[in-house]
Design a protein around this ligand. Structure first.
Ligand code: SF4
Ligand code: SF4
Length: 218
């Protein structure tokens, strides 16, 4: 899932301060599971923005709505933004971008999009993928060096590792984990580890159409 988190109110308020009627739109898929953009979070943000507005003697109105997924056209069809002069999206960056592409109003992000990750318990997620467009997990025992190594290097561990911990001190060294898991699986270091990452897939392929195939997606 895509993991998102709410921006601070101090960052959100100025974005919408000059608008009169703002529709706060949640997303009932990844953002809801992230506990950042579902129905409850929309209600809470609408209440917080309304309070902040009245505290400043402003007249801005905030109302909420939630769509199932902001990144799919069929669900955006349900969104009725008539009468509003701005939208505050509580979806990931793709949701913000897709609403902006499909309506004439200014659209603002209420969330920060963090990473593609997995749940590690209630309210806790681990980054697993940065959507690089050219996956090497088959060679790295399922641990992504782009995402989980602080430097995103392809030939770790670097000289900063200490007893299996990254020099940043906030994580296990991804490359120690990779080598340990490969060894536990009885596998040698994969042949392409150490080669620079080919970022062409990411830079050349901002769109992907499964009906057209590789190299014809634009
Ligand atoms: S190698 Fe690329 S696609 Fe694979 S998990 Fe890492 S970032 Fe995601
Ligand atoms: S110590 Fe390991 S995780 Fe940290 S930057 Fe170096 S190789 Fe990457």
């Amino acid at each position: 899932m895509i993991v998102v988190r709410l921006k601070p109110l101090a960052e959100i308020c100025p974005m919408v301060a000059h608008h009169h009627r703002v529709l706060v739109v949640g997303c009932n898929t990844c953002a809801a599971v992230s506990l950042a953009g579902g129905e409850k979070e929309v209600e809470t943000l609408v209440a917080a923005l309304s309070l902040a507005s009245s505290a400043k003697h402003e007249t801005a109105q905030f109302e909420g709505d939630v769509v199932q997924r902001q990144c799919e056209p069929e669900f955006l069809e349900d969104l009725d933004a008539s009468g509003y002069d701005a939208i505050l999206s509580m979806g990931c960056g793709a949701g913000v971008a897709f609403i902006a592409e499909n309506c004439q109003l200014p659209v603002y992000p209420a969330l920060d999009t963090m990473f593609i990750g997995v749940s590690k318990g209630f309210g806790s997620w681990q980054a697993e993928c940065s959507a690089c467009g050219s996956c090497v997990l088959g060679e790295t025992a399922g641990i992504c060096p782009i995402t989980r190594c602080a430097k995103g290097i392809m030939n770790g561990p670097c000289g900063g590792v200490q007893d299996g911990v990254c020099e940043l001190g906030d994580r296990d060294c991804a490359w120690v984990l990779i080598h340990d898991r490969l060894a536990a699986q009885g596998r040698d270091k994969a042949c392409s580890i150490g080669d620079p990452k080919d970022n062409a897939a990411k830079t050349l392929c901002p769109e992907w159409d499964m009906n057209k195939g590789h190299g014809e997606s634009r």
